[in-house]
Structure formats: C-alpha cells, structure tokens
Ligand binder design. Structure first.
Ligand SMILES: Cc1ncc(COP(=O)(O)O)c(C=O)c1O
Length: 394
C-alpha cells in the first residue's frame, strides 16, 4: 500500500491526526465523487420509473448491492441496505418469530446496539444468557460450549470489540451454534472495515455492519442474511411483488426489507467504498492495522502511568486500542490530545456501559483507532504527547 497515495485521497489527513475511525472513518474523494455524481448527473428514484435517469440510477444501485454482497462473500443469501448496524440488528431482533422460552446467547462485551435489542426480548419471555468475559476482556470459546444448548435460538456476538479491538474466534463459535441448531448473528461493525470477511467461510446466518466505518457515507449499513426468516420492519413502496385490496405478496429478495426510497446515493457511495478497499486489498488493510497496533501497544506499555485494559488477552486484534492515563479523566486526555497535537481520539464508555462496569472502568477509556490512512509518525506523536501528559500529572 502506498501511504502517500492513499492519504492524498483523504485531504483532511494533512490538517490533523484522525484516530477515531472506529466511530466513523474518513471518506475518500472517490466516494464523495460517486455520491455527488448521482446527485448532479443522474438523480432519480430507483425501481420505479422507465425514463433514462431512473434506469441509470436503478442499475448503479443494483451494482452497488452486488459489489457489497461480493465483498463479504454474500452472493448466496440476501444483502439488505439499512441505515446502520443498529437497524440491521434491529430487523433480526424484532423480525424473528420468537416464542416464550426461546434463548438468546450474547456476551457482556457487546456494544449497546447488540445488547439492548436482546434484553428487550425478555419482555416477551425470551431468555437471554449473557457470557461474561474474563478480567482481560477475553471470551473463551469454551464459555459458548457451556452456554449454547438445544433451546438456544440465536447467538448474537460481536466479531471485534469496539473497546479492546480483540477479535473473537467466530468460526469456532459458529461450529458450536450449528451443533445445537442455533443461528449465529455477527455484529461486524468493527471487523468488516478491517479484515477480510466471508460469510460462507465463517458459517454465520446474519452479518450486520455500518458503511460509515468503512469509508462509506453516513446513513448506510448492511444486513446480510442466509435465509429471509425475519419479518421486515417496514413495508410499503418497493416491498412487494403484487398487491390488491385483499392483500399483498412480499418481494422474494432484498426489496422485502427496503420499503420506501432508500438512501440511493449512500448505497452507491458504499459500493464505491468497497471497491476502494478492494483495490488496496483487505489483507493489506489488516496487515497495516496490525503493524500500527503493535507499534502503539509496545509504545503504550512503556509509558509510566498509562494502563491498557485487555493487553494480555490472547485474541488477534484490529486497530482499536483503549487506554487510560492515571489521574486524568479520559475526556480530559482526549481534549489535551486535540489541543496539544491535533489528535482526534474517542473517550468515554463507547456505548459499552456493561463492559465498563465488568472491567471496573467507571470513567471509561481513551480509544485510539487506526485505519489505512494512519501512519507510524502519527502513532509516534500520540505516544510522545501521552508521555508529556503523563509527566504533567506526576
Ligand atoms: C461493535 C459495534 N456494534 C454496533 C455499533 C453501532 O453502529 P451504528 O451506530 O452504525 O449503528 C458500533 C458502533 O460503534 C460498534 O462499534
């Protein structure tokens, strides 16, 4: 990967150091151009008209759908556009035909978006079994052996923790699910942007992720499902094959779940983002992240007063690293990093309050997250600034 060429596509990298890609990534010129090309040159609704703009827009929308499906090996199955990961998970949680006594297995590592929808199912008699990570934030696959039973309908887990960056061994977990006839939903919000993903290889039943964390426009996300079991959240224009005053037949493909006009330019932009990532290669994106992560973790472990939760856990990692500076609130550290060195990081509980409670981190953490435009020099400046902050406190 040619770092200079990549960074030229993200002009803001000249002005500041962006280490908050786990919240929302930067977006390259090519994606911005694809979105504005739609708006300026062929803006029309899709699947509804026969005039030439409508035909072009529909084709580009379908091409984007195909590109995204192929990016995750999801040609078999259904790839649905949503507005984010939260909506994708919500479609499954509210759309499966739950019965009282069904069981869902999840973990205390989850982002609220992959926890609250399952907790809400308790109101209709679904039992939610929550696996607790150990003190390093690691969830051993053996815990799934114990938790998943023949009564488990669904296992819903994150692939990569948005706090610790740890990757869970999902293929192993998929095997355990299928031994018991349980379906597996993967929250891929953090993993899909960073590592090669193939739903067939993993053996999951649902994969949910967000476009805005992988160079795409905001308001874009994906739900991939092996079988169209969930009921759609919304139905209306575009959802059906036929309708009369007596009833309707829902479309036999993704349109069933995309009632109403979708964010057309967003999907086209996400299709372009996926092409951009493919042109670099996801193995290369992951290799780059791994190298930066090692550099950052090595550096952080050498700074007095800096504590890195989960440092010892055995999982592979993506470029998402949490840390604390003793004696300073994470929000203050984040402010100082911005003021002193123009470094943008996230601070707080990262929408993982139960995990923060479990790891005894009441004030949360500072989180630095890397991506393909991050450089060694940026990591080194972060480390130097943290050393200075540490000195200020002592
Ligand atoms: C692991 C994980 N799951 C779910 C989400 C929710 O994503 P969105 O806000 O795009 O719905 C996030 C967002 O940070 C995340 O990191």
């Amino acid at each position: 990967m040619n770092s200079d060429l990549v960074r030229a596509d993200f002009p803001i990298t000249d002005e500041l150091i962006y280490l908050d890609s786990a919240a929302i990534s930067l977006t390259p010129r090519q994606v911005v151009d694809a979105v504005s090309e739609y708006d300026l040159r062929y803006r029309a609704n899709i699947g509804r008209g026969v005039h030439r703009l409508s035909v072009v827009a529909t084709q580009r929308y379908l091409d984007a759908h195909d590109a995204i499906a192929s990016f995750i090996g999801g040609g078999v199955g259904t790839t649905v556009m949503t507005k984010n990961t939260t909506e994708a998970i919500g479609i499954v949680a509210s759309g499966l035909p739950w019965k009282k006594g069904d069981r869902v297995v999840t973990t205390a590592l989850e982002h609220h978006s992959n926890l609250l929808p399952w907790l809400r199912l308790r109101e209709i008699g679904v039992i939610v079994d929550i696996i607790m990570p150990d003190e390093s934030g690691w969830v051993n696959p053996a815990a799934f052996e114990a938790a998943v039973t023949d009564e488990t309908r669904l296992v819903a887990i994150t692939h990569a923790s948005n706090v610790l960056g740890t990757l869970l061994p999902i293929s192993e977990i998929a095997g355990i699910c299928h031994d018991h006839g349980a379906e597996l939903l993967i929250d891929g919000a953090q993993s899909v942007p960073h590592i090669p993903m193939d739903v067939q290889e993993i053996g999951c039943d649902y994969l949910c992720f967000s476009g805005h964390k992988m160079l795409g426009p905001t308001g874009t996300g994906i739900l991939w499902m092996r079988e169209m079991i969930p009921e759609p959240l919304l139905i209306g224009g575009g959802s059906i094959d036929t309708s009369s005053l007596d009833g309707y037949t829902l479309a036999g493909d993704y349109r069933r779940y995309e009632g109403g006009t979708p964010p057309i330019s967003g999907m086209i932009g996400l299709g372009r983002a996926v092409k951009y990532l493919e042109s670099i290669g996801m193995k290369e994106v992951h290799r780059h992240d791994e190298q930066l992560t090692r550099r950052l973790l090595d550096g952080l472990s050498g700074i007095d007063g800096v504590v890195v939760p989960g440092l010892d856990n055995p999982g592979d990692r993506i470029g998402v690293i949490s840390f604390m500076v003793e004696g300073i609130h994470p929000h203050d550290v984040a402010h100082i990093l911005d003021e002193a060195s123009g470094i943008m990081v996230r601070s707080g509980d990262h929408c993982c309050k139960p995990l923060m409670g479990h790891l005894n981190l009441p004030e949360g953490t500072v989180r630095a997250s890397t991506y393909l435009y991050t450089t060694d020099e940026e990591i080194d400046l972060l480390l130097r600034t943290l050393e200075e902050i540490g000195r200020m406190v002592r």
